[in-house]
Design a protein around this ligand. Structure first.
Ligand SMILES: *[C@@H]1O[C@H](CO)[C@@H](O)[C@H](O)[C@H]1NC(C)=O
Ligand SMILES: *[C@@H]1O[C@H](CO)[C@@H](O)[C@H](O)[C@H]1NC(C)=O
Ligand SMILES: *[C@@H]1O[C@H](CO)[C@@H](O)[C@H](O)[C@H]1NC(C)=O
Ligand SMILES: *[C@@H]1O[C@H](CO)[C@@H](O)[C@H](O)[C@H]1NC(C)=O
Ligand SMILES: *[C@@H]1O[C@H](CO)[C@@H](O)[C@H](O)[C@H]1NC(C)=O
Ligand SMILES: *[C@@H]1O[C@H](CO)[C@@H](O)[C@H](O)[C@H]1NC(C)=O
Ligand SMILES: *[C@@H]1O[C@H](CO)[C@@H](O)[C@H](O)[C@H]1NC(C)=O
Ligand SMILES: *[C@@H]1O[C@H](CO)[C@@H](O)[C@H](O)[C@H]1NC(C)=O
Ligand SMILES: *[C@@H]1O[C@H](CO)[C@@H](O)[C@H](O)[C@H]1NC(C)=O
Ligand SMILES: *[C@@H]1O[C@H](CO)[C@@H](O)[C@H](O)[C@H]1NC(C)=O
Ligand SMILES: *[C@@H]1O[C@H](CO)[C@@H](O)[C@H](O)[C@H]1NC(C)=O
Ligand SMILES: *[C@@H]1O[C@H](CO)[C@@H](O)[C@H](O)[C@H]1NC(C)=O
Length: 543
């Protein structure tokens, strides 16, 4: 890093020689020596930026990443983001007494934040995200009262969130996500009237969510996802946040009901409460949140009906209430939700028929209706259009009637699970249209096929890994030799209890990827082709 004192001496001489230079040398030297100390503390500079550019032969104001005030020529901004620097922050940085922006995002600075940074009183933006800083989040940050943006995300900070952060009267964005912070969220946080966005997801916070004692009209985003927060969602969180747009509380240990005052958050666009222990019914007031785009409340203990009112949430792109105890029927007008991308109602106790209009919401890529008590049949004509559908879960219900033929137009489909229902009639012969099909389960239904003709078409699905049509006793016939034409991607082929006769075609031995073949409960001849005999997990034995 050279001899700083020698360089400083040169610089002083330089300054005294340039008559037009208006800044007091001692002051510019303070800033320069602070940055030279930083340069000294950088142990890796792979792009050779500081080494080549931060040269004492030019003013610090010309150094890369440095901005100076136009009149006083003191450093006001330091932006070293994304330079792949490795090192520590020297205490000398605390001497940059005019600094209002410090952005060193996306580097590998490590160590603790020197206490001298508490002298940076004019600092408005402190962006230290995506580095490797460790130690506790210092409480002296609470004395940087000009701070508007404090971004410490994606580091190795541990300990708790200092109460003093609540003393930052101008703070707008507080981002602490992806650290190892524990303890509880200090009540002072919701005392910052300027706060707009708070991110603490992916930490180890516990305790309850602090209450919101007064109106915080600025607050738009709360992200507490992936912590160990317990207790109830405080009632007043909805009373005092009239402009809240996003509330992320998923993956915690929250219990109790969703406060009925939810409807007061008229601006809410994302409500994410999945993976908690919440219970009770979903407040009907949800239907008044007309800007809602994502409603994720899966993996809780909610019960009662799905409020009819959700059909008015026409901007909804995602609705996931799977893995709860919802009962009742699907609101009939659900087809109003013309922007839905996913609809997940699986693993509940919902009854009744599935409104056909669901299958005409062309934006859907995932429909999850499995493990409920749906009955009735699915539409059997072609007038339904799911060009984006990738996953359709219908298994473990009481669905009957013919195979829904419109499925063959869902050209993006990769997963189709219709197992454990009462579907009857023949399996369509054009499913080979589903070129992206990976998983196809028809097990335990009442389906038929003449001469297993559907298999021929399915050999066009070159990514198919799982094919299970076992337990369809009405199928019968013999296994055609074209099963050897399936691609090597096929891992599981299951056709147990299908009244299959004859012998197992030797071509099945062509399927080099096959790990599991189940043919038990059929009327097959006793000879097993030797190639199959070599399969790793042959679960079947001809009767
Ligand atoms: C340092 O970088 C700045 C900005 O790119 C440039 O204007 C200046 O000439 C460079 N100085 C040196 C000594 O390379
Ligand atoms: C700047 O800060 C360092 C460490 O905090 C200190 O030792 C030094 O004297 C200060 N002043 C100047 C002019 O560098
Ligand atoms: C962190 O910074 C590195 C470059 O230093 C970058 O490659 C990476 O994508 C960044 N990660 C995040 C989460 O921003
Ligand atoms: C950090 O890196 C990520 C990933 O490359 C990028 O998206 C982000 O904009 C960068 N952040 C800053 C402040 O440069
Ligand atoms: C909130 O701020 C008020 C003053 O504005 C203060 O009296 C009170 O103690 C603060 N509460 C918390 C929890 O910080
Ligand atoms: C939550 O607590 C459990 C048990 O103490 C612990 O194993 C887990 O890592 C914690 N998770 C988070 C996100 O803090
Ligand atoms: C909620 O919307 C319904 C109409 O769907 C309306 O009658 C009711 O007054 C609204 N409630 C509130 C609190 O805005
Ligand atoms: C659903 O309710 C039953 C009976 O009250 C209970 O045993 C079960 O744990 C509940 N399931 C969920 C996911 O809440
Ligand atoms: C949907 O909104 C309209 C207009 O606000 C209202 O008349 C209707 O009752 C609402 N429907 C439901 C099911 O809440
Ligand atoms: C499905 O939607 C298309 C176009 O949006 C429409 O023409 C068709 O009639 C709808 N089908 C049914 C059964 O509603
Ligand atoms: C579905 O595909 C068939 C051909 O397989 C085509 O005739 C029909 O128009 C398609 N339906 C829709 C709604 O696109
Ligand atoms: C479907 O299969 C079940 C059991 O295998 C049987 O009880 C039922 O009668 C069958 N229904 C039809 C329509 O074949």
């Amino acid at each position: 890093m050279g001899n700083i004192f020698f360089n400083l001496a040169l610089l002083i001489i330089f300054h005294f020689c340039v008559a037009t230079f208006s800044v007091k040398p001692t002051i510019i030297l303070t800033d320069q020596s602070a940055l030279l100390a930083l340069k000294d503390n950088v142990i890796q500079d792979p792009k050779n930026i500081l080494a080549a550019n931060w040269s004492v032969s030019t003013s610090v104001c010309n150094w890369i990443g440095v901005s100076c005030g136009s009149k006083h020529r003191r450093i006001i901004a330091l932006d070293l983001s994304g330079l792949e620097l490795v090192g520590t922050l020297p205490p000398n940085l605390g001497n940059l007494s005019f600094l209002s922006l410090q952005d060193i995002t996306n580097n590998s600075f490590h160590g603790r934040l020197p206490v001298q940074l508490s002298k940076l009183r004019p600092l408005e933006i402190m962006n230290l995200g995506n580095n490797s800083f460790s130690g506790e989040i210092p409480s002296w940050l609470g004395s940087l009262t000009e701070l508007r943006s404090l971004l410490l995300y994606h580091n190795d900070f541990k300990g708790s969130i200092p109460f003093s952060l609540g003393f930052l009267p101008k703070l707008e964005i507080l981002s602490l996500y992806k650290n190892k912070i524990s303890g509880s969220i200090p009540s002072s946080i919701f005392n910052i009237s300027s706060l707009q966005e708070i991110y603490v997801r992916n930490n180890m916070l516990f305790g309850s969510i602090p209450s919101v004692p007064r109106d915080l009209p600025s607050l738009q985003l709360i992200d507490f996802t992936f912590n160990n927060l317990t207790g109830h969602i405080p009632k007043d969180i909805f009373d005092h946040l009239p402009n809240l747009k996003q509330l992320h509380l998923s993956f915690n240990l929250l219990s109790g009901n969703v406060p009925a005052s939810l409807f007061k958050c008229k601006e809410l666009q994302i409500l994410s409460l999945s993976y908690n222990h919440l219970q009770g019914s979903l407040p009907v007031g949800i239907g008044n949140l007309s800007l809602l785009r994502f409603l994720d409340i899966g993996q809780n203990h909610f019960e009662g009906g799905i409020p009819e009112q959700i059909v008015n949430l026409t901007l909804l792109k995602g609705f996931d209430c799977g893995h709860n105890n919802f009962t009742g029927t699907i609101p009939n007008q659900i087809g109003n939700l013309k922007n839905l991308q996913y609809l997940v109602l699986g693993f509940n106790n919902i009854v009744g028929s599935i409104p056909p209009a669901i299958f005409n919401i062309s934006t859907l890529y995932q429909i999850g209706l499995d493990k409920n008590q749906f009955s009735g049949s699915l539409p059997s004509n072609m007038d339904f259009w799911l060009p984006n559908l990738e996953e359709l879960y219908l298994s473990a219900n009481q669905l009957a009637g013919p195979f829904p033929v419109f499925i063959s137009n869902a050209s993006q489909l990769s997963l189709l699970d219709m197992a454990y229902n009462y579907f009857s009639g023949s399996i369509p012969e054009n499913l080979g249209n589903l070129r992206n099909l990976i998983f196809f389960n028809l097990a335990v239904n009442n389906l038929t096929s003449s001469g297993m003709s559907f298999l021929s078409s399915l050999t066009n699905c070159r990514d198919l890994e799982t094919l299970d049509f076992g337990g369809n006793t009405l199928i019968g016939g013999t296994l055609p030799s074209l099963v050897g034409n399936f691609s090597d991607s096929l891992v599981e082929f299951s056709a147990y209890c299908c009244n299959i006769m004859g012998s197992i075609p030797s071509e099945i031995g062509n399927l080099s990827g096959l790990i599991n073949i189940e043919l038990a409960g059929n009327k097959l001849a006793r000879t097993i082709p030797t190639t199959i005999g070599a399969l790793k997990a042959l679960q079947s034995a001809p009767q």
